[in-house]
Design a protein around this ligand. Structure first.
Ligand SMILES: Cc1cc2nc3c(=O)[nH]c(=O)nc-3n(C[C@H](O)[C@H](O)[C@H](O)COP(=O)(O)OP(=O)(O)OC[C@H]3O[C@@H](n4cnc5c(N)ncnc54)[C@H](O)[C@@H]3O)c2cc1C
Length: 527
């Protein structure tokens, strides 16, 4: 990609002089109050067995489990009266469905995307399966003792009950992590079929279930039929292969507004070349460009599996065409649904410093967040003084297609004497052995203040410390006329593989309290 092809729009920082500042108000989250910082760091601690489970999340599921145990066991013996387990299971059906929707009410109130509530959907689902099993086996056992098993099983309501029991266990067995990761589409189909059967079966099992079935269908229907349709666009896009990144660049000029930095969209490529299954698959990708830019929405999709490889191969056909004098880009039709997720209520531009840490394809998030801050700076709506983008990659050659974009971020900040924003970009590459001499020679030619390339993984604690020190260093505060005691905190936004979040949390834990306090507290959010 040439620099003028890069998906970052150069903003005219010289316009800054004429624009009055309307700085965003910073409302520090509870976690940044000094007295609550120890508690918040405990709540964010990840449990040793999981990249996803934190102490805070464990507390949520423990409270929920307590409520379920109370409802099931209070003045009741599950082994002699399994009816209660059935009632409690029934009450959880709408909750499981609410948590499964992309536009869910709980997420709206908690200001978090559906993907962040997924752990709770899985937990509530498992409790539902457990309760249904207690309920069913309790009855099987009782009928066996009474010698009425065969006659009871012939009753229509019991046949429907057994069907519901089989359906929910089928959903459970087809939802193991292995299935979700290796066969995502099959997992989705099994989930859909299993839950549909389950709802029909419990509807027929007992009339008391009917309102709960309607509630579940209503929540799912509202999301699937109404809210998702409102958020869906069918449009044309240009796809280009980025061989160095092993990724596909999707540019959608027809959509150029309506998302915030860090949000993602769900994409379906409507082309037979994706295969009969592939053209029905919907995959999530973080938007790499900023809203209201001329280039429109840009996505960068790394080739990691079956679907993304088909997309890459489709885009590579454009390279072959270009070699014969045709266009590099290839036009395809897409369905784009969203946006979803993002940083919720966090206003990145209201902090004093921002550290964006991206691993691999997570750079898409960092690029849009960084460009958003530069745009805010031009409009006089930015408080961030130091923006540090850290990108961790395996193959140094991956940098090549994004060098114009990354350098343009630094230049935009440097080209205005009025700008109080300093942008640094640090790229860490872990696989030097993969780099071809040509790549290493190219990397050697990049000499731009603010951009550094380093081998090996970063020491996250040192990166955090450096960014804090750069923000609070005395002459910076004085130059901006800022009262040095009033820094508004540092936001660390992380996007990348699951382990990256844990490393960043561990890094934050290693930085001493006094230093974190000097910048007004450090907050971590993960996309
Ligand atoms: C919120 C979010 C934002 C993302 N943003 C980006 C991005 O900007 N750039 C990028 O390159 N990748 C991004 N990804 C990852 C991307 O969605 C997957 O790499 C892609 O779906 C893999 O599909 P596949 O069939 O090629 O690979 P597979 O081998 O089938 O799957 C690889 C991994 O992706 C997961 N996955 C597969 N299909 C889906 C699906 N339909 N929905 C959710 N997860 C799925 C699987 O569970 C597995 O862990 C993002 C993922 C999420 C959840």
């Amino acid at each position: 990609m040439a620099s003028d092809d890069s998906h970052i729009n150069l903003v005219d920082m010289s316009r800054m002089q004429s624009i009055p500042k309307t700085l965003p108000r910073h409302i520090g989250p509870a976690s940044t109050f000094p007295s609550l910082q120890p508690l918040s760091s405990v709540l964010r601690t990840r449990l040793f067995y999981s990249q996803e489970m934190t102490v805070g999340r464990l507390a949520i599921v423990a409270i929920y489990l307590g409520i379920m145990l109370f409802a099931s066991l209070f003045k009741n013996n599950l082994f002699t009266n399994s009816k209660r387990a059935g009632y409690v299971a029934m009450s959880q059906v709408p909750l499981v469905f609410a948590l499964a929707t992309k536009n869910n009410i709980i997420g709206m109130f908690a200001a978090v995307g559906y993907e962040k509530l997924n752990f709770f959907h899985r937990f509530v689902g498992r409790i539902l399966v457990l309760l249904v099993n207690f309920h069913s086996f309790g009855y099987f056992y009782r009928w066996q003792l009474e010698g009425t098993f065969t006659s009871s099983m012939r009753q229509p309501s019991h046949i429907w009950g057994v069907l519901g029991f089989a359906a929910i266990n089928f959903v459970y067995l087809s939802s193991f992590g292995f299935m979700r990761k290796r066969f995502h589409t099959l997992f989705f189909v099994f989930h859909f079929v299993g839950f549909s059967l389950f709802l029909v079966a419990i509807y027929k099992h007992q009339p008391i279930m009917i309102p709960y079935v309607f509630a579940a269908c209503g929540l799912y229907g509202l999301d699937r039929v109404i809210l998702r349709s409102i958020k869906t666009r069918f449009t044309k896009a240009t796809i280009r292969a980025l061989p160095e990144l092993n990724a596909t660049h999707i540019q959608i000029p027809g959509i150029n507004a309506g998302w915030r930095a860090g949000q993602h969209v769900r994409v379906q490529v409507l082309s037979k070349s994706m295969g009969w299954v592939g053209c029905f698959e919907v995959h999530p990708f973080t938007v790499a460009s900023v809203s209201e830019s001329e280039e429109g929405m840009v996505l960068i999709c790394q080739d990691v599996g079956d679907w993304t490889r088909k997309l890459y191969n489709l885009a590579s056909a454009g390279i072959a065409a270009a070699e014969k004098g045709g266009e590099v880009g290839r036009e395809v039709r897409l369905m784009v649904e969203g946006p979803y997720g993002g940083l919720g209520c966090t206003v990145v531009s209201s902090y004093s410093a921002a550290l964006l840490i991206a691993g691999g394809s997570g750079i898409t998030f960092a690029l849009s967040a960084a460009q958003h801050l530069l745009n805010c700076e031009v409009k006089g709506q930015n408080q961030v003084e130091v923006l540090h983008v850290v990108w961790i990659i395996k193959d140094p050659a991956s940098v090549c297609p994004l060098i114009p974009t990354l350098t343009s971020l630094i230049r935009q900040a440097q080209c205005s004497p009025m700008s109080n924003l300093t942008v640094n970009v640090s790229i860490y590459y872990t696989g030097t052995s993969r780099a071809s001499p040509k790549t290493l020679a190219m990397l050697d030619t990049i000499h731009l203040g603010g951009l550094e390339m380093r081998p090996n993984r970063p020491d996250i604690a040192s990166v955090i410390t450096e960014t804090i020190d750069q923000t609070v260093k005395p002459n910076r505060g004085l130059a901006s006329g800022k009262d040095e005691t009033r820094y508004q905190g540092m936001i660390i936004a992380v996007c990348g593989p699951a382990g990256l979040g844990s490393s960043v949390e561990a890094g934050v834990g290693k930085v001493d309290w006094a230093r974190k306090r000097s910048v007004g507290g450090v907050e971590v959010c993960e996309e």
